[in-house]
Design a protein around this ligand. Structure first.
Ligand code: ZN
Length: 105
């Protein structure tokens, strides 16, 4: 069994770090962690000032946020495709993986 409490803490820290990075890119964003990342990503796609780097950071933040949500929902580590448990080794490398190796292939 994985230490989900520790993992969640790590993910929250990563998310905060990404939030700061996005905040640096976009000074207008006052509360990057509270904002809807999906909506931001959509809005920023049409923005000429948006760098690819910023876009990547937002997408990463979305993935991390989704992983935290899955931990909270008790479904973390389950493949969204087949419902099997994702290999813990895979989760260690990609904590926000949503599919098992078979389904991701
Ligand atoms: Zn699967």
């Amino acid at each position: 069994m994985m230490d989900l409490v520790q993992l969640r803490q790590d993910l929250v820290e990563q998310l905060a770090e990404l939030g700061h990075r996005v905040d640096d890119f976009e000074h207008d964003l006052r509360e990057p962690l509270e904002a809807d990342f999906a909506e931001q990503a959509t809005q920023m796609e049409g923005s000429e000032v948006t760098s690819a780097l910023e876009h990547t950071a937002i997408l990463q933040a979305q993935q991390i946020k989704a992983a935290i949500d899955r931990i909270d929902a008790g479904s973390y580590g389950e493949c969204v495709n087949c419902g099997n448990q994702i290999n813990p080794e895979r989760l260690r490398v990609r904590p926000h993986a949503t599919r098992c190796v078979d389904c991701a292939a």
